[in-house]
Write a protein that binds this ligand. Structure first.
Ligand code: ZN
Length: 172
C-alpha cells in the first residue's frame, strides 16, 4: 500500500513520517494510487499490514451489525476496501521489542505476538477485536485482528475466499 519495511514509495509525498527514525506514523494512510493485483479474494493483506476486503465481506459485516469496523474505499479498486477495527482492544505480549524511537514513541520492531491469557477469562463476545501492540517492523506494523468464536462460525458459513482463521485457545 505504501512501500516496504524500510522504504516508502517515493511517489507518496504526503504520508506522515517521523523526522527522527523516518518510519511512517500514520499506519492507516490510504494510498489513492494503490492498485489491487488479485481481485478474486474476499480478504487479504498487503505487505505493509493493511487488511483489504471485498464488497461482499463489507456487506456481510453491515448486515450482521459489526459496527466497529471502518471501511475505506480503494479509489483504483472499486468494490474493495481497507478495513480497520475500532476499539475492542485486547492485551498482547511480545517476544521482543526493539529500538524505541523517542521522537514518535514507536518501536522499530515488535515480534512474537501472543495473547495475554491472564486477562481473558471467558470466550470473547461476538465481534472483531484488535491487539494493543502493533507487530512487525519499520513501516509494516499492524495490529493482530481477533474474532470471537461466534463470529468465526458466521464467517465460515459464508465461505469467504482467502480468509484464513487460526484458533486461539487458552490451555488449562
Ligand atoms: Zn520515530
Amino acid at each position: 500500500m505504501t512501500g516496504s519495511c524500510d522504504n516508502l514509495f517515493p511517489e507518496i509525498k504526503n504520508i506522515p513520517k517521523c523526522k527522527k527514525c523516518g518510519y511512517r506514523t500514520d499506519f492507516r494512510f490510504n494510498n489513492e494510487e494503490f492498485k489491487l493485483k488479485r481481485k478474486t479474494m474476499d480478504y487479504s493483506s498487503t505487505y505493509d499490514g493493511i487488511t483489504i476486503v471485498s464488497l461482499k465481506f463489507k456487506e456481510f459485516c453491515n448486515q450482521k451489525k459489526y459496527n466497529n469496523l471502518e471501511f475505506i474505499e480503494l479509489k483504483k479498486a472499486p468494490n474493495f476496501f481497507q478495513v480497520y477495527v475500532k476499539g475492542n482492544v485486547i492485551e498482547y505480549n511480545a517476544r521482543m521489542k526493539e529500538n524505541l524511537c523517542l521522537e514518535c514513541n514507536q518501536f522499530e520492531s515488535i515480534i512474537g505476538p501472543t495473547i495475554n491469557y491472564d486477562k481473558i477469562s471467558k470466550p470473547l463476545d461476538k465481534g472483531f477485536y484488535q491487539s494493543d501492540l502493533w507487530f512487525a517492523s519499520g513501516n509494516e506494523k499492524s495490529p493482530k485482528i481477533i474474532i470471537s468464536p461466534k463470529t468465526k462460525m458466521e464467517l465460515e458459513k459464508e465461505g469467504f475466499k482467502n480468509l484464513c482463521l487460526n484458533k486461539i485457545e487458552k490451555s488449562l
